[in-house]
Design a protein around this ligand. Structure first.
Ligand SMILES: CC(C)(COP(=O)(O)OP(=O)(O)OC[C@H]1O[C@@H](n2cnc3c(N)ncnc32)[C@H](O)[C@@H]1OP(=O)(O)O)[C@@H](O)C(=O)NCCC(=O)NCCS
Length: 157
């Protein structure tokens, strides 16, 4: 399991990117972006943190949860957060990260993407299609006034 301090480091890039683009959040009184549930990935069996490295360098991370309040499907794995550092994008790293996690935890999976994150939707369509060999479809839902797309797949081979 990666150390939490390593993940906090790369998380700064992630929270900065997402706060600018998708969900505005403020830094806390300590000047840092918070993510209250991050420590739970080291204490709860239903949460798994992964770091991705290329040639020994950190290039991304994945946070996985076992159940999701939004899906109502406690049996499915959920990609809670997924991130590739900007300078390492468009090289297939995200596709490889997703495939590795799906293979490591065979079963039903869901991925929720904000409708306005068009590039991420293209990414999931592409990576799911490459993994399953079938074209990927998403279903729309609205939560707290935000429109999301939910992709589902079964990673058992
Ligand atoms: C989405 C993200 C994980 C993609 O990572 P990546 O390593 O660049 O993805 P890949 O190189 O494996 O791309 C695979 C496919 O996704 C699609 N894709 C990825 N980025 C794209 C972009 N900017 N524009 C259009 N299509 C894109 C393409 O179909 C691509 O296949 P191709 O290279 O053969 O054309 C990365 O951009 C990221 O971390 N974004 C910010 C965080 C985020 O939005 N996370 C997802 C939240 S649900």
């Amino acid at each position: 399991m990666p150390s939490i301090s390593l993940l906090w480091g790369i998380f700064l890039s992630f929270t900065f990117t997402t706060s600018v683009k998708w969900s505005p959040i403020d830094v806390g009184a300590d000047g840092r972006y918070g993510y209250k549930s991050l420590p739970l990935y080291w204490s709860e069996d239903s949460r798994l943190p992964f770091l991705a490295r290329l040639d020994g360098k950190l290039v991304g991370f994945v946070l996985v949860t076992r159940s999701s309040e939004s899906s109502g499907d406690g049996e499915a794995w959920d990609m809670a957060e997924f991130f590739v550092l900007r300078r390492y994008r468009h090289r297939g790293i995200g596709t490889e990260m997703a495939a590795k996690v799906w293979l490591r935890y065979p079963g039903r999976w869901q991925i929720r993407v904000m409708e306005k994150n068009v590039l991420a939707r293209k990414f999931w369509e592409s990576s799911i299609t490459k993994f399953t060999g079938l074209s990927a479809h998403s279903s729309k839902f609205v939560a707290d006034g935000v429109t999301w797309h939910r992709f589902s797949l079964d990673s058992r081979r």
